[in-house]
Design a protein around this ligand. Structure first.
Ligand SMILES: Cc1cc2nc3c(=O)[nH]c(=O)nc-3n(C[C@H](O)[C@H](O)[C@H](O)COP(=O)(O)O)c2cc1C
Length: 328
């Protein structure tokens, strides 16, 4: 029976426990000299790594180097990212960088534009490997550009990037061999996606297609919309975590469940009953960077207040759960 404390090996990477820090874009952090990544990011992620998670996924980062940067992988950004990876390793944490693609209308993109995007995705993965990350996660969730390719109802393309699942997933699957050729053997590939794309059967097909193409981990959040599901009476967690179980049943690679997992009892329930291999924590870690240590040791957690709209979206200093150890 799997427990939170159990380690797991993925593509030769030993992950020391089953708690994952989910990607969380820290909207009010900025680097110096106009760079995107800066000192605040480094301190924040170092604190979170020290907090005991087994796997840490650094926030959505544009494949061109940083979400707001027009510059490709500026030295400031890569310097901070490299240091984040190093500090994670110092705390025995496996670390991935989440990669996202600029917002655009996928139904209007030319094949040349798509090919360019694929090259940028590949280059970003290679850069992450060079910076010391154990892998990358491609952001196919939350209605963003890659998610739109995958979604059977949104993607209206009639060429090789639309239609059946092989075509809708091609934006990534086509470039995996090239990523493998240019990264270390242990380099992990994760995909964040939803179980409903828009139907459950589409999500399952997509998960299987990614697995077959060599993806090592699936992080199940939501696609264009949150899943509409009936969960069994007494199921102690959110619908989204239940949807991870639907995918897990169909694949042989590890799956992360996420969304409003607040207590150790919920986390152990999901692992014990085979809904997931990992427990993904988002806002819980923003509220308590020691969340994982506390949960693993049965200690009290400084709880997220569950604000209607998380204040980290606008100004983390206003988060009502912040404690004095989170200075800036
Ligand atoms: C401030 C904030 C930033 C987020 N940034 C990202 C992101 O960069 N990439 C991503 O895939 N999800 C992002 N998310 C979603 C979280 O990873 C997570 O799925 C969500 O918060 C639900 O988990 P939770 O209930 O444990 O917080 C963000 C959420 C919040 C609150």
């Amino acid at each position: 029976m799997v427990k939170l404390q159990d380690s797991i090996t993925i593509r030769g990477n030993i992950i020391k426990n089953r708690i994952v820090m989910e990607p969380l874009y820290t909207f009010s952090f900025r680097g110096d000299n106009g760079s995107f990544y800066g000192k605040q990011h480094l301190e924040h992620y170092t604190r979170c790594a020290k907090g005991g998670v087994g796997l840490l996924i650094v926030q959505g980062t544009d494949v061109l180097g940083a979400v707001t940067s027009t510059e490709k992988w500026s030295e400031e950004n890569t310097g901070v990212l490299k240091q984040i990876a190093e500090n994670c390793h110092e705390y025995g944490v496996t670390v991935l960088l989440q990669l996202a693609c600029k917002e655009q209308d996928i139904n209007e993109m030319s094949v040349t534009e798509i090919t360019k995007m694929q090259q940028d995705m590949m280059q970003a993965a290679v850069t992450a490997d060079e910076l010391g990350f154990n892998g990358v996660e491609f952001h196919f969730a939350h209605g963003f550009t890659l998610c739109k390719f995958l979604d059977a109802s949104y993607n209206r393309r009639t060429d090789q990037y639309g239609g059946d699942i092989d075509n809708r997933a091609r934006i990534l699957t086509d470039i995996i061999p090239e990523i493998r050729k240019n990264t270390q053997d242990k380099f992990m590939l994760s995909v964040r996606m939803g179980e409903s794309q828009p139907e459950s059967r589409d999500g399952i097909e997509a998960a299987k297609t990614f697995e077959k193409a060599g993806v090592n981990l699936l992080n199940i959040s939501f696609g264009m919309k949150p899943p509409i599901l009936d969960v069994p009476e007494g199921f102690p967690c959110s619908k989204m975590t239940f949807s991870a179980g639907i995918i897990k049943r169909e694949v042989n690679i590890p799956v992360i469940a996420v969304n409003q997992i607040r207590t150790e009892a919920q986390a152990q329930y999901l692992l014990k009953n085979g809904y997931a291999d990992f427990i993904g924590i988002g806002r819980g870690i923003l509220a308590d960077t020691e969340f994982a240590n506390h949960m693993l040791n049965g200690e009290p957690i400084n709880k997220c207040h569950g604000c209607k709209r998380c204040l980290w979206f606008t100004d983390h200093t206003k988060c009502p759960a912040r404690k004095s150890d989170m200075k800036d």
